[in-house]
Design a binder for this molecule. Structure first.
Ligand code: 6R9
Length: 657
């Protein structure tokens, strides 16, 4: 049984057997429609990437060597020179495309800005000069802590233009986190804003910067964008004399021309901090030539970009890697027209995303499973209020997408005509690694399908022996252009974290399965894999089975310590609008999972909750749910979007809900 409007049933996550070939109408205009490109890349990997680098980018100096590989340290396009900002802006303007819109920006309150490539180039040059005026030189690190306003993209590109690596810190992070990141990279300047609009209220940022700077000594100047005050918000911003500067004043006073710095292919483009299994966040290093090559390649072909006609929207925040690669560098390198949105999907109403799709005629939408499941919870009435017929490609990123969410997305957002690209990658990989090509790949709901051309992935068992079919650890076996070049200041941790678990392989930290047709199903982090009575079960499989039930909106599953079975499955479940939590519903859901996966998958406990604890990037924090399930003190909750959620769940769990 299923609530799936197609009437199809999900036997279980991995026995999902519906297939969706690219529609003929889509293939007619698609950039890639067959498997030839895979063969080409497999025959000559380095030649393949070199062709992409030459086709998609403009180089100041050609490289001497495509790849120097001294495991685990890669150098791509060695000897080549280019500038990332020039590739994103100047060459489009020089080619007569300066009037093309780079960003349709919309603020949460509804204010809008239309920014062409020529506008963006002009603004970036001025701000690059402003940074230079503050003493920023090639190689100096610049921290960026901003809301989703155009000046965030300007700041990123200005840094790239003058060769100053940026370190964007997501605007939801605390003062402590910001200070840690500033200190780790000894940033010289911080670019911020008075705040950003969120759910109708100003979320202030500058006061957090002030607190962070009390614990840092490297910062010489702070640049502040006036976002809130200039849009009617009542805020007084403290400016420290001699240190703090208003962005608009600097830009107004700056020279209009700033030539782009020629950078070596392997010069550091940016740092982006990501959390690992230990406490200290890792400064992931991305360099210029290889990174730009792979983000441009993947953005073009995974989304089948037609830059003259498409309107592309990636709903991520630039504070995460998805925003770096697929709001800034990839789309701009390809001359795309993008939408950028400041706020939340429920302001002023739960149809805000669909309103944006209709207003701008968005053709390519790239979002996250957690958002899709939220939209499912809000009901199909919301998207049905709008004309979504402009859409032609849908993307998913960030976590495994369960087949029910995939099918809901396909039907209710994509009108059953849009290929879905489920893209697996990581901060560390820099760009998409495993994904369908929308005009060439027959998809299966919940599978990221195959490694892209030029990418080699393989599953291995505990001992590192390849597993051609079945479950295993996801590893990457060949260097790829946009791979991380290391962890800032800690080459040993790089080696240890990614290259020590399996000899000669990059270990991604994810578990996956390959089915009989060779499709890859990424099951999630291996620390999310439960072991119940010696059977390994992915939290995702159980979640998927739960969400398959019509009463369930969202579910998160953890393995809690159990004296008898090693671990026991505890499920945290959010019900759809009209359903009341009760013992009967709990029993029904447990049986439902047993039906889908087998008794081994049946949750021992189901805890009903109104919401799940999520990070600000939307990932469910299973670690905290495990703490709740095991009755422990809660671990670190600082990265939660809303720390109250987990407290509430704990109270319910204690009450035996
Ligand atoms: C891009 C991004 C990386 C982790 C990754 C995996 C999970 C991302 C996924 C996916 C299944 C997908 N993940 N995309 N799992 N299917 N399509 O999210 O980077 O924030 O570093 O997270 O996210 O577990 O290891 P990052």
């Amino acid at each position: 049984m299923s609530d799936d409007p197609t009437g199809a049933t999900i036997e279980d996550y991995l026995a999902e057997d519906r297939t969706f070939p690219p529609p003929e109408s889509f293939k007619a205009d698609a950039l890639l429609t067959d498997a030839e490109v895979y063969d080409e890349a497999a025959t000559d990997r380095e030649g393949f990437w070199a062709r992409q680098a030459a086709d998609l980018l403009t180089w100041r100096r050609e490289w001497d060597t495509v790849l120097e590989w001294d495991e685990p340290f890669a150098r791509w396009f060695v000897g080549g020179q280019l500038n990332a900002c020039e590739n994103c802006l100047d060459r489009h303007v020089e080619a007569g495309r300066g009037d093309r819109v780079a960003f349709h920006w919309e603020g949460e309150p509804g204010d809008t800005r239309t920014i062409t490539y020529a506008d963006l180039l002009a603004e970036v040059q001025r701000f690059a000069n402003a940074l230079k005026g503050l003493g920023v030189e090639k190689g100096d690190r610049v921290a960026i802590y901003m809301p989703m306003v155009p000046e965030l993209a300007v700041a990123v590109l200005a840094c790239a233009r003058i060769g100053a690596p940026h370190s964007v810190v997501f605007g939801g992070f605390s003062a402590d986190s910001l200070a840690d990141r500033i200190n780790d990279a000894s940033c010289k300047v911080v670019v911020t804003a008075d705040g950003g609009w969120r759910r109708g209220k100003p979320g202030l940022l500058k006061p957090t910067v002030d607190v962070a700077l009390a614990d840092t000594s490297s910062v010489e100047a702070v640049v502040v964008v006036d976002r809130i005050a200039s849009s009617g918000g009542d805020v007084e911003t403290d400016m420290t004399e001699g240190r703090d500067h208003w962005y608009h004043e600097l830009v107004a006073a700056a020279d209009a021309e700033c030539p782009a710095e020629p950078m070596d292919s392997e010069d550091l483009l940016y740092l982006l901090y990501t959390s690992g299994t230990t406490g200290k966040p890792k400064g992931i290093m991305h360099t210029t030539g290889g990174y730009m090559t792979q983000v441009a390649f993947t953005h073009k072909y995974v989304f089948d970009l037609h830059p003259e006609t498409d309107v592309y929207w990636c709903t991520a925040d630039i504070g995460w890697v998805t925003g770096h690669s697929y709001i800034v560098y990839g789309p701009l390198a390809n001359g795309a027209t993008s939408v950028m949105y400041e706020g939340t999907p429920d302001t002023p109403g739960r149809d805000r995303f669909w309103d944006l799709v209709e207003t701008y005629g968005i053709t390519i939408l790239y979002t996250a499973p957690t958002a899709i499941r939220t939209f499912m919870k809000w009901g199909v009435e919301e998207p049905q209020k709008h004309d979504l017929s402009s859409l032609r490609v849908l993307g998913s990123v960030g976590e495994p997408i369960n087949p029910e969410a995939w099918v809901w997305y396909h039907i209710n957002i994509g009108g059953e005509r849009c290929p879905i690209v489920d893209t697996w990658w990581q901060t560390e990989t820099g760009a998409i690694m495993i994904s369908p090509l929308p005009g060439a790949t027959t998809t299966k709901p919940g599978s990221a399908t195959f490694p892209l051309p030029g990418i080699s992935a393989e599953l291995v068992d505990n001992d590192g022996t390849p597993v051609p079919k079945g479950g295993g650890y996801l590893t990457l076996t060949e260097p790829w252009p946009s791979m991380l070049r290391g962890i800032y200041g800690d080459p040993e941790r790089y080696q240890e974290t990614y290259w020590s678990r399996f000899a000669g392989r990059y270990f991604a930290g994810d578990g996956a399965k390959v089915d009989d047709d060779g499709y890859t199903w990424v099951l999630g982090r291996v620390d999310d894999v439960m072991n119940v009575s010696g059977h390994r079960i992915s939290t995702t499989e159980v979640e998927s089975a739960l969400v398959d039930n019509a009463k369930v909106a969202e579910a998160a599953v953890v393995g809690a310590k159990d004296d008898t079975t090693g671990q026991a499955i505890v499920a945290f479940v959010t019900l759809r609008g009209s359903t009341e939590a009760s013992e009967e519903v709990g029993a029904e859901l447990r049986e439902h999972v047993a039906d889908k996966i087998g008794k081994i998958g049946r949750p021992k406990t189901i805890i009903f909750t109104d919401d799940l604890p999520k990070t600000r990037s939307g990932k469910i924090m299973r670690r905290l749910l495990r703490d709740v399930a095991e009755g422990r003190e809660l671990g670190d909750t600082t990265t939660l979007a809303d720390p109250n959620v987990v407290e509430e769940i704990r109270d319910r769990a204690a009450a035996g809900a």
